[in-house]
Design a protein around this ligand. Structure first.
Ligand SMILES: O=c1ccn([C@@H]2O[C@H](COP(=O)(O)O)[C@@H](O)[C@H]2O)c(=O)[nH]1
Length: 224
């Protein structure tokens, strides 16, 4: 079984991100490049990290009208990402057009409810009901739109997996027992998420901010 951990390279400096990627490459399955990285380093930065030789997950969380999102998907096609994110709340037509514009080997997955939110935050955005129901509703919409899967927390992945057997499930908000939670609110351990059906485990600070990132990545790998 291949390593399901994608390391989130949320670092401001490209040289530091590349050095970290080189160090841990034997203990993770891929690299996740998000908004911070892409806004700072663009296509050139993605090419640099791709040279390390592992799959690239572009976590751009696209959310706009269908035509604009399709155009953005076409613009990143050349980078050959293995995974790209869009927001499920962009709606069915937006997700359909994103999938149609993606490369053949690129999985398009929809962010449902950010792991940094809890139910109080959800209510403040005007969404009534539980996190669980909200995630399941958006997962259904993503499946109907023909996407490959969704991004959700480890609190929901078990149920979503039961409902969408062939889905591809990306789970961030992961914390090894005892590590700092930071701004995340719905967290589980990497092992718990894996056992509940996660396809990809997104882990950032528990590795990137560890005193010894290689040891941290190895320790996580050993729990899986
Ligand atoms: O709901 C979401 C969607 C994406 N993320 C991203 O995952 C990583 C998590 O980093 P940590 O340092 O392990 O908290 C980060 O890049 C987020 O942008 C998420 O956390 N939650």
């Amino acid at each position: 079984m291949s390593n399901p951990v994608y390391l989130a390279l949320d670092l401001p400096r490209l040289d530091a991100a590349k050095a970290l990627a080189e160090k841990v490459r034997g203990h993770v399955g891929g690299f996740k490049l998000g908004l911070e990285f892409f806004c700072a380093h663009g296509h050139h930065g993605v090419h640099d990290i791709a040279q390390v030789g592992l799959p690239i997950f572009l976590d751009l969380k696209l959310h706009d009208i269908p035509n604009t999102v399709a155009g953005a998907m076409q613009a990143i096609h050349v980078l050959e990402p293995a995974i790209v994110t869009v927001h499920a709340s962009g709606g069915r037509a937006m997700m359909e057009d994103a999938k149609a514009a993606a490369g053949e080997n690129c999985k398009v997955v929809a962010v449902t409810m950010l792991t940094s939110l809890d139910e109080r935050d959800l209510a403040r955005t005007g969404v009534a009901g539980s996190a669980h129901d909200h995630v399941l509703r958006l997962a259904e919409l993503a499946e109907a739109a023909g996407l490959d899967g969704i991004v959700c927390s480890g609190h929901e992945v078990g149920e979503v997996h039961r409902q969408w057997k062939k889905g591809y499930f990306v789970v961030p908000g992961l914390r090894p027992a005892g590590s700092a939670v930071g701004d995340q609110k719905r967290v589980v351990t990497p092992r718990q998420a894996r056992d509940d059906g996660a396809s990809v485990l997104v882990i950032g600070r528990p590795i990137s901010r560890a005193e010894d990132p290689v040891a941290a990545a190895r320790a996580i790998e050993a729990t899986l």
